[in-house]
Ligand binder design. Structure first.
Ligand code: PEP
Ligand code: MN
Length: 336
């Protein structure tokens, strides 16, 4: 439900509206525009419907959000959400680069890659300690030891960390080390996990499931926001189509559609989206042109020895060259 206040509503009236809604056991989200204040009401639709909200002084209109997703909808929050990861803001003018190896493999590997990507312009270190692998016989990640090495790489470079949490039972441990939790494509509809990360204080990067529609992605994000965590970034990482030449089909359509539908920032992951090293730069540049707020790129200092996703990892120099080109495209589309 969206409440719009009258243009002449006083601060006292606005506060009274908010207090009254809280008394009814509902929550609020206040967005201040130039003329009017928009108050989103969060809670059971049935409870909201029976309350005489329109009778409160200062209320001009009360409108239900008709879409299935509500808190993530742009109607609910008119401004663009800025999500802070460590000291880095995602969703503002700057196109943020998040980078690192697919998996943390050793202290030397993660610290060296973190230093390389930082030097090239990455603002966030992304590396996996708990890895969702298609085969149970593939490397499953270093687990807690990997988290500790990520923390060492953060101490060495100052870069905040994004890392994946695959299971509710690991959340407490991952949250001790991470600056942002990643929910991977395979867990996009793990509703127990979504609710748990929704109760966390940490930001969450939610990756689109490989067979999920844009609406499915938004509904999954709604689970996280409905638990009180509005610090969510959506990640387009490619979907399954009939095409087999590439690992996935990067759905750049999702970028402008998501920017219209939701206030949440949008990240594009061309690495998993195309899965072929030589074509990643083209898709990264296209993602920036399409309006991505951040780009996620896997980088490895020795891809032929990588324990996961070596064939799609950029070498540090390739990453640095790409960053220079990303900067030029970002400037061309009015970003930094
Ligand atoms: C990853 O980011 O390393 C990863 C496994 O991605 P996805 O969940 O998109 O497959
Ligand atoms: Mn990977």
């Amino acid at each position: 439900m969206i409440i719009v206040t009258t243009p002449d509503a006083t601060e006292a009236q606005i506060q009274h509206i908010v207090d009254r809604i809280h008394e009814w056991g509902l929550k609020t989200e206040v967005s201040r525009g130039a003329m009017r204040v928009v108050i989103g009401v969060i809670g059971s639709e049935d409870v909201i419907r029976e309350k005489p909200i329109a009778a409160i002084p200062g209320v001009e209109s009360v409108t239900p959000v008709l879409k299935a997703y509500k808190l993530v909808a742009h109607e609910f929050r008119q401004t663009e959400s800025l999500v802070k990861i460590g000291g880095v803001t995602v969703g503002g003018k700057e196109v943020v680069l998040m980078s690192g190896p697919c998996s943390v493999e050793s202290r030397e590997q993660i610290v060296s890659i973190a230093q390389d990507v930082k030097k090239a312009g990455a603002k966030i270190l992304r590396g996996g300690a708990f890895k969702p692998r298609t085969s149970p016989y593939s490397f499953q990640g270093m687990g807690i030891d990997g988290l500790k090495l990520l923390a060492e790489a953060r101490a060495a470079t100052g870069l905040p960390i994004i890392t994946e949490v695959m299971d509710t039972k690991d959340l407490e441990a991952v949250a001790q080390y991470a600056d942002c939790l990643q929910v991977g494509a395979r867990n996009m509809q793990n509703f127990s996990l979504l609710k748990e990360v929704g109760r966390s204080k940490l930001p969450v990067m939610l990756k689109r499931g490989m067979s999920a529609t844009i609406k499915d992605l938004l509904m999954s994000a709604e689970y996280i926001l409905s638990e009180g965590n509005f610090n969510v970034i959506l990640c387009e990482r490619g979907i399954r189509t009939f095409e087999t030449y590439t690992r996935n089909t990067l759905d750049l359509n999702a970028v402008p559609v998501l920017k219209k539908e939701t206030h949440l920032p949008v990240v594009v992951d061309p690495t998993h989206g195309i899965g072929l090293r030589e074509h990643i730069p083209a898709m990264a540049l296209a993602a920036v042109a399409a309006g991505a707020d951040a780009i996620m790129l896997e980088v490895h200092n020795n891809p032929e020895l990588a324990k996961s996703d070596g064939e799609q990892a950029l070498m540090p120099q390739e990453f640095a060259d790409l960053v220079a080109r990303i900067r030029r495209v970002a400037q061309a589309v009015g970003r930094e």
